[in-house]
Design a protein around this ligand. Structure first.
Ligand code: FRU
Length: 941
C-alpha cells in the first residue's frame, strides 16, 4: 500500500512537471519555430548575380572602380559580382557578355571597350530581359537600363577652358587620344574643341594613346623623333596616365617645361593628384569611376526600387591651387575607405561568429527541445505503461478467473466422464452373466446334430457373444487401469515361445485365408520381464486386428529382435493389409476411436487403446507406421531386465505367476475350451427356489426368473424344506404369509440349520408392519419386499446376492481342492460321499482323453443335470473345469517329478496333443510346460 501511494505521488509530481514542461515547451517551441523560421528566411533571401563585363582592368582607374564596387557590395550580401576582363579586345568582350547571358546572370554591367562593336550585344542582352547598366563608356544606343559615369563632354570642355586660361588663349596643343572608338575619347575631344573655339590655340598634333601609358609613350617618342614634328606648348592627354607617359618622354628629351594636362585625378601614389603634387601634371579633371554608384543602381534595379537611368557623375579641376587640399581629402577618403574595409571585415567576422553561435544555439535549442520532448514522452509512456499494466492486471485477473472456470468445467467433465465410465462399466459388467448364459446354450445347440440348418446363425451368435464378452472385459480392464487397480505382475518369460503360443490361436484362420503367417526372429532365446496375461492381450489384439483386415493370401509377420543400444526387445506385427492414412494413425490408440465409415474395420476402438495402456504399464512403447496399401507395422518395445518395475510388480514365485495369469480372455480363445466352459456354466447356472402359495405371483416370479435362472417352485414350506436339501438352491424367495404354515418357520429352520443357513433368502410378503419386517430380519432374511413389489428390484437384489455369494465362494476357493472337497463342507454326508466318489473317478481316468460328463454320469448313475448340480455344490467347480484342473495339476506334478517328455506327460494327463496340452497349461498357469520345467530345473532335469 505504502509503495503504491509513493508511486502514485511520484506519478502526480511527474505529471505536474510534465504539464509545466508542456507549457514551457509551447513557449520554447514557438521560439524555436521563430528561430528556425528566421534562419530559414535569411537563408531563403533571394540572391542576385551581377555580371560585369570590364573592357580592361590593368590600370589604377579600373582597379579603383573594382574596389569601390566591392566596398558597395559589402552592404548587400545578397548581391554577388563576377568580373570578366576583355583586356581591351572587342571580340573577347562580346564573347564574354554572351557567356554571362548563358550563365544566367540577373543583371549585366558593361563598360564597353568601343561603342560600335559592343552596341549590338548589349542591346541583345537588354532585349532578352536582363537589366543592363552601362558604366564609364557608352554604346550607340538607348537600349540599356541605366548609365553611370562622368560627363566626358563636360570634362573635355572644362579642360579646354582651363587650357585657354593657362595658355592665355594662344599656343600649340598636342592632344593624346584615348581609344578612338570609345565614347569618352570622342566626347572629351568634342568638349575640348568646343571650348577652344574662338581662341588662338591650335591643335598641332593628335596621337592615339588608346588610354594606355605605354602606348602614349611610344606614340610620343615616335612623334618627337619625327624631324618635321611641330613643337607644342601643352599636351592634353585624355587621361592622366597617357599625359604622365608623354611627360616622361618629353622629360627625357628636355621638354620638361612643357605643360601637361590629364583627366581622372585619381588619388594614390600613381594617381593624377600625386602627379600634380609632384609637378608632373599641370592639372587634371576628376573623372569618378562610378563603381559604387553602379552597384547602388544595380541594387535598386534588382530590388525593384526606383532608380535614375542617367547617373552623371560630377567632375572638378585639380591643379596646384587646390591639389593640397584635394590630396588631403582624397588621402582621408582612402583612409576611411581602408577603415570601412577593415570594419567590413570585422563585421564579417562578427557575422560569421554570430552565424556559428546561432548554429550552436540552434543545436542547443534542438537538443533541449528533443530532451524536453523525450522527457515528456517518457512521462507519457510511464503513464501509458501504468494504464497498460492496470489493464493487463485486469485482464490477467479475467484470464485467471476463466482458467478457474475452465478447470472447474474440466473437473466437472472429468467427473461426468468418470460417472459415465463407471456406469458404462457397471452396465458392461451386467452384460457378462447374460452373455455367458447366451454362450452356453448356443454352443450346446451348435453341438447338436439337429441344428445343422441354423449353424451359420448360431456361429454368428457365438462369434458376437465372444466379441461382446471381450469388449466387456476390455472395458473392465480400462476401469481397473483408471482406478490404478491394474497391477503388473511381471515374470521372466521366453518371448518366442510366448508369442508362438499366441500365434497358435490364429493358425487355423491363417490357413483358411491362405495368409502367410510366421514369426521371424533373430533372438530365439530372449527372455523378457512381462505380465503374460497383459502381453497376451496386447499381442492377441494386434494379431486379431491384423487378421481382420488382411486380404486373402496376404502376409502377417511377427518380428522379434533385440535392440542392444536401447536395451529393448522389439516386437513388430507387420501386415500388408489396407493400412491407414496419417490422420488415422494419429488417433489409432485413442480410446473409442473408430476410423471413418467405410475406411477400416477397427472395431470399437478399445483394443488398441487398451494395448497401449498395458504396454505402458510395462514402461514400454507401442507405435504404428503405415504405408497405405503396402504395409502396416505395429511396434512394441519393452525394456530388457526388470529394474524399471517396482519390486511389488515382480513375480519370482513360479507357482504364483502360474496362477496369477489365469484369465478369462484365455478361456475364450480356444474354441474347444470355450465350448466346455460354457456348457458347464449353462447347466450349472444359479438355481432359485420360489416358495409362494399365490399361484399368480409364483407364475409371474417364475417367468421372470426363468429368463436368468433355473427355477424350482412350491407353495408348501415342507416341500420347500425337502427341495432345499435335495436340490441345494442358490437362493430362495419365500412368502412369509403362507396359507397353511407360517413362512417364517421355514426361514427359521433354514437359517438355523448350518447346512442351509448360507442360502440367501428374500422375503416377499403382504405383511408390511414394522414388527413383521423386524421379525423377518431377525430371522436372518437377506432382504424384505412387501407386496406389491417391483420385479426389477427383486431381480436386481437376487443378482446382487448371488454375485456376493459367488465372490465369497471365490474368495474361499482360492486354491484348488484336489484331495479335499472344501466347498459345501456343511453338506450332508451323501454329498461328501459323492464328492469323494467323483474325485476318485476323475483321478482314475485322468489319462483318458475321452473321459468326461457322459462317462461320469454312467459311472455314478446320475443325469447330466444332477451331476452338474452336485459337482457344483460339492466342489464349487463345474465338471469339465474340475477335470481340466485335475489333469493340469497332475501335469504340473509330473513335470516336476517325472522325467518323461512333455508330450508323454500330456498324454498321461489325458491331452491328445502336446500343442493343446501346452495351450491349456499356459492358459491355466500363464506359462508353457517346457518353461515351467526350465524354471524349476534351469540346469536340466
Ligand atoms: C581607364 C581610363 C581612364 C579614362 C577612362 C575612359 O582605363 O583610360 O583613364 O578616364 O578609361 O574610359
Amino acid at each position: 500500500m505504502l509503495e503504491q501511494s509513493i508511486l502514485s505521488n511520484l506519478v502526480n509530481i511527474a505529471t505536474n512537471i510534465l504539464l509545466s514542461l508542456c507549457q514551457i515547451r509551447h513557449v520554447f517551441g514557438v521560439w524555436i519555430v521563430l528561430l528556425l523560421f528566421s534562419c530559414d528566411q535569411l537563408e531563403k533571401k533571394e540572391t542576385f548575380k551581377i555580371g560585369f563585363s570590364q573592357c580592361v582592368s590593368n590600370d589604377a582607374w579600373r582597379r579603383a572602380m573594382h574596389e569601390e564596387m566591392a566596398r558597395e557590395l559589402s552592404f548587400y550580401p545578397e548581391l554577388s559580382l563576377e568580373i570578366k576582363d576583355a583586356r581591351g579586345n572587342n571580340e573577347l568582350q562580346i564573347r564574354q557578355i554572351r557567356e554571362f547571358l548563358g550563365e544566367g546572370i540577373d543583371l549585366l554591367v558593361v563598360s564597353p571597350n568601343e561603342s560600335d562593336p559592343l552596341t549590338p550585344v548589349v542591346e541583345e542582352a537588354f532585349q532578352s530581359g536582363i537589366p543592363v547598366i552601362i558604366v564609364d563608356r557608352k554604346i550607340n544606343s538607348n537600349l540599356y537600363s541605366a548609365y553611370v559615369g562622368g560627363d566626358n563632354y563636360e570634362i573635355g570642355f572644362t579642360a579646354g577652358q582651363y587650357i585657354r586660361n593657362l595658355l592665355d588663349n594662344k599656343g600649340d596643343l598636342l592632344e593624346i587620344w584615348g581609344l578612338k572608338g570609345s565614347s569618352p575619347a570622342k566626347e572629351r575631344n568634342r568638349g575640348l574643341m568646343e571650348a577652344l573655339e574662338g581662341s588662338d590655340i591650335r591643335i598641332v598634333a593628335e596621337l592615339e594613346g588608346e588610354w594606355e601609358k605605354d602606348t602614349a609613350r611610344v606614340r610620343m617618342r615616335d612623334y618627337l623623333e619625327k624631324k618635321e614634328h611641330v613643337p607644342f606648348d601643352l599636351i592634353f592627354g585624355h587621361n592622366d596616365v597617357m599625359a604622365i607617359g608623354a611627360y616622361e618622354i618629353c622629360r627625357d628629351v628636355g621638354l620638361r617645361h612643357k605643360k601637361f594636362v590629364g583627366v581622372d585625378a585619381l588619388p594614390g601614389k600613381l594617381g593624377g593628384i600625386q602627379a600634380i603634387t609632384d609637378g608632373v601634371l599641370h592639372a587634371s579633371f576628376i573623372y569618378p569611376t562610378g563603381g559604387d554608384k553602379a552597384i547602388e543602381v544595380a541594387k535598386k534595379i534588382l530590388f525593384g526600387e526606383v532608380y535614375e537611368k542617367e547617373n552623371i557623375l560630377q567632375t572638378a579641376a585639380v591643379d596646384s591651387s587646390n591639389v593640397r587640399i584635394m590630396k588631403q581629402q582624397t588621402d582621408k577618403i582612402l583612409d576611411q575607405q581602408a577603415n570601412i574595409i577593415r570594419q567590413r571585415e570585422m563585421i564579417n567576422n562578427q557575422v560569421e561568429l554570430y552565424q556559428s553561435q546561432r548554429g550552436l544555439l540552434m543545436i542547443f535549442g534542438i537538443t533541449l527541445f528533443v530532451a524536453i520532448a523525450s522527457l515528456a514522452y517518457v512521462f507519457k509512456s510511464l503513464k501509458e505503461k501504468q494504464e497498460i499494466n492496470k489493464e493487463l492486471k485486469y485482464k490477467n485477473q479475467e484470464i485467471l478467473e476463466q482458467q478457474e472456470k475452465l478447470l472447474e468445467y474440466s473437473r466437472q467433465a472429468e467427473e461426468v466422464t468418470r460417472y459415465k465410465l463407471e456406469f458404462f462399466t457397471n452396465i458392461s459388467h451386467e452384460f457378462r452373466t447374460p452373455l455367458t448364459l447366451i454362450q452356453g446354450p448356443v454352443e450346446e445347440l451348435l453341438d447338436r446334430k439337429d441344428t445343422g440348418q441354423f449353424k451359420s446363425d448360431l456361429l454368428l451368435i457365438k462369434k458376437n457373444t465372444l466379441r461382446l464378452l471381450r469388449l466387456v472385459n476390455q472395458l473392465m480392464d480400462f476401469r481397473k487401469i483408471d482406478n490404478g487397480k491394474m497391477q503388473v505382475r511381471a515374470s521372466l518369460q521366453p518371448i518366442v515361445p510366448f508369442l508362438e503360443e499366441i500365434m497358435s490361436a490364429f493358425r487355423k484362420t491363417a490357413k483358411d485365408q491362405q495368409v502367410h503367417f510366421k514369426l521371424i526372429c533373430d533372438a530365439p532365446n530372449l527372455k523378457v520381464w512381462i505380465d503374460p496375461s497383459m502381453m497376451d492381450k496386447v499381442m492377441f489384439n494386434l494379431l486379431s486386428n491384423a487378421f481382420k483386415l488382411i486380404p486373402r493370401k496376404g502376409h502377417i509377420h511377427l518380428h522379434v529382435s533385440e535392440d542392444p543400444v536401447r536395451h529393448e526387445v522389439v516386437i513388430k506385427v507387420e501386415d500388408n493389409g489396407p493400412g491407414m492414412d496419417v490422420s488415422e494413425l494419429g488417433h489409432i490408440f485413442d480410446r473409442f476411436y473408430q476410423a471413418k465409415p467405410g475406411e477400416r474395420k477397427t472395431g470399437t476402438g478399445l483394443g488398441l487403446a487398451l494395448s497401449k495402456e498395458l504396454v505402458e504399464l510395462h514402461h514400454g512403447t507401442i507405435t504404428v507406421s503405415s504405408d497405405p496399401g503396402e504395409n502396416t507395422t505395429f511396434e512394441v518395445r519393452l525394456k530388457l531386465g526388470n529394474v524399471h518395475f517396482d519390486s511389488h510388480e515382480l513375480v519370482t514365485d513360479l507357482s504364483e505367476s502360474a496362477y496369477l495369469h489365469l484369465d478369462q480372455e484365455s478361456f475364450f480363445r480356444d474354441e474347444t475350451d470355450i465350448h466346455a466352459a460354457r456348457k458347464d456354466l449353462a447347466e450349472t447356472g444359479p438355481r432359485i427356489l420360489v416358495v409362494e402359495d399365490d399361484l399368480e405371483i409364483r407364475s409371474y416370479l417364475k417367468i421372470k426368473l426363468e429368463e436368468l435362472y433355473e427355477v424350482l417352485e412350491t407353495d408348501n414350506p415342507d416341500t420347500a424344506l425337502a427341495m432345499v436339501h435335495d436340490c441345494v438352491p442358490d437362493l430362495i424367495t419365500c412368502d412369509l404369509m403362507l396359507k397353511d404354515k407360517n413362512g417364517l418357520d421355514l426361514v427359521r429352520k433354514l437359517k438355523s440349520d448350518p447346512k442351509t443357513s448360507y442360502i440367501p433368502i428374500i422375503a416377499i410378503s403382504a405383511m408390511a408392519s414394522q414388527e413383521d419386517r423386524l421379525a423377518g430380519i431377525k430371522m436372518g432374511v437377506d432382504d424384505y419386499f412387501t407386496k406389491p413389489f417391483s420385479i426389477s428390484l427383486v431381480l436386481e437384489r437376487i443378482r446382487v446376492l448371488l454375485e456376493e455369494r459367488k465372490k465369497l465362494k471365490e474368495h474361499y476357493l482360492h486354491e484348488l481342492p484336489v484331495m479335499e472337497p472344501t466347498a459345501r463342507d456343511t453338506h450332508e454326508q451323501t454329498e461328501k460321499k459323492f464328492a469323494l466318489a467323483f474325485k476318485a473317478l476323475v483321478e482314475e481316468n485322468v489319462s483318458n482323453p475321452d473321459f468326461g460328463v457322459q462317462e461320469i454320469c454312467s459311472e455314478l448313475g446320475l443325469s447330466k443335470g444332477q451331476l452338474y448340480r452336485k459337482t457344483k455344490s460339492a466342489l464349487g467347480y463345474s465338471v469339465n473345469d474340475y477335470i481340466n484342473k485335475v489333469r493340469l495339476k497332475k501335469a504340473r506334478y509330473l513335470l516336476l517329478n517325472d522325467k518323461s517328455a512333455i508330450a508323454d506327460i500330456a498324454f498321461q494327463v489325458g491331452f491328445r496333443t502336446g500343442a493343446y496340452f501346452s495351450t491349456a497349461f499356459k492358459m491355466a498357469f500363464g506359462i508353457t510346460p517346457s518353461e515351467f520345467r526350465d524354471r524349476a530345473y534351469p540346469d536340466g532335469f
